[in-house]
Design a protein. Structure first.
Length: 262
């Protein structure tokens, strides 16, 4: 499946950690105590840059710091994969972007996600929000139809996070999938032909709603991308340097700050 772009895009991986991040508060394991920056993992998110436009996928509790660390001084839109806190709870920190142009931040997500946003951020959506509240414009997407953001055509891909539907996204030859356990044959068709794939791999053990390492490698073998990067990584995965030595030559542990040209 091809999806033409007028120019290349740059992907910056803002976070590669699980809902607790790595290191975990109070944990004294070797991974959490590691001095290697590649073992420090903020909550999962990516920055998509095309020409002078910035788009972020997911805004978890580290959103503010991720924007500062990546030097993002303007933001055109946010795509949300699903409604778990580690993917949405940083949305209050869009306010500086609102104030730059005094305009709403477009939030692309399914209606189910929008419903949760209205509950968890009720103060944003009341009739008369307080001065200075975040300004969000909810734009509905579904697995049935591609959509455009800043002249970038995006194909939504539904995967299942246990019993919860989650949106992945494909842009040309790049596909981003997180919090996946299963995918239907119909949605898998959208992934075929991907050259660069980012997919979740929690750790080595079986998990009810996430791929483990073996399952992620099996999925990558089916997709056959030129390069695959693993994200949403637990401290139980192991040290970055040690795990990296065990992976196929075209598969890599992603790390915070990694940049990919697509």
């Amino acid at each position: 499946m091809k999806n033409p772009l007028s120019s290349n895009i740059t992907i910056t991986i803002l976070g590669t950690g699980t809902s607790q991040g790595v290191p975990i508060i109070g944990c004294d394991c070797a991974i959490c105590q590691s001095k290697n920056p590649k073992d420090k993992r903020l909550r999962v998110s990516i920055l998509i840059q095309k020409e002078d436009k910035n788009i972020v996928v997911d805004a978890g509790p580290d959103f503010r710091y991720q924007m500062l660390r990546a030097g993002v001084n303007h933001l055109e839109a946010i795509l949300l994969t699903h409604q778990h806190n580690d993917h949405i709870i940083g949305l209050d920190d869009v306010r500086p972007f609102n104030f730059q142009k005094w305009s709403n931040m477009p939030i692309y997500a399914t209606e189910a996600v929008h419903e949760e946003l209205r509950k968890r951020f009720a103060y944003i959506f009341v009739k008369n929000p307080y001065p200075g509240a975040p300004m969000l414009e909810l734009r509905e997407i579904s697995k049935e139809k591609s959509f455009n953001v800043e002249r970038l055509n995006i194909i939504p891909i539904e995967v299942m996070h246990g019993k919860l539907p989650v949106m992945g996204f494909r842009m040309n030859d790049f596909t981003y999938l997180t919090d996946m356990k299963t995918i239907s044959a119909t949605e898998m068709e959208k992934v075929k032909g991907t050259k660069i794939l980012i997919v979740n791999a929690l750790h080595h053990n079986i998990h009810h709603s996430h791929l483990n390492l073996d399952e992620a490698l099996e999925f990558i073998e089916v997709v056959q991308p030129q390069q695959a990067y693993l994200t949403h990584i637990s401290h139980k995965m192991g040290l970055h340097e040690e795990v990296s030595k065990t992976l196929p030559e075209n598969v890599f542990l992603a790390y915070d700050g990694l940049k990919l040209e697509v």
